[in-house]
Design a protein around this ligand. Sequence first.
Ligand code: C5P
Length: 232
Amino acid sequence: MKPTDRIFTALDTTDVQVAVSLARDLAGYVGGVKVGKEFFTANGQDGVRQVSGVGMPVFIDLKWHDIPNTVAGAVRASLALKPAIVNVHAAGGPAMLRAASDAAAEAGSERPLVLAITVLTSLDDDDLRAIGVGSNVTAQVVRLAKLAQDNGIDGVVCSAHEIEALREACGRDFKLLVPGIRPTWAATGDQKRVMTPADAVARGADYLVIGRPITGADDPVDAAKRIADELA
Ligand code: C5P
């Protein structure tokens, strides 16, 4: 894969036209696009179809977390959109993870990668204690990643700072998709523990999710090109 194929650009907007036009501009400069709860809740499958009509791989980031039957149903319903990646919360437990993986397999050769969320990066050790989890964040991330891997999940969404621990625990083939990426020239915004694209890839990230450094730039294509140069 070429270095830029690793980049999924987050289209965090409710506006279909903005999303489609960004996707069109960025085609060829990044590997794919990510639509999440904001875009999907506003625009549904029809909106995703308009974005995927551009022809780039789409990551549908809906972080499903429900009983196994319901999550399997959501994964199955997403297959109509031929997503490249979908995701679920590992905290949904072994049966839910297995149900998600099995439902994705119904797409045969077009099976999307199913990734798991471990501990949201907005939570710290105190937050885990508040919800009754005794381990610290890193231990809980590793525990949930292994649980996901044992139940057919392809990889996890993780902080760049968790890459090393996860590679050690889950091996080379487990996919690591990393948001919170900031080139040195971009504003960090609300992201607290950031890493540059090149450093994250050097540490072992398979995919990078990059939103505002590209979508908020005066010239998104130029920003994507600069990131590509850094990765090359
Ligand atoms: O604009 P920015 O590069 O910060 O966008 C990052 C994207 O990745 C957003 O869509 C955000 O919701 C998502 N994300 C994140 N941190 C996580 C998980 C997902 O920033 N831990």
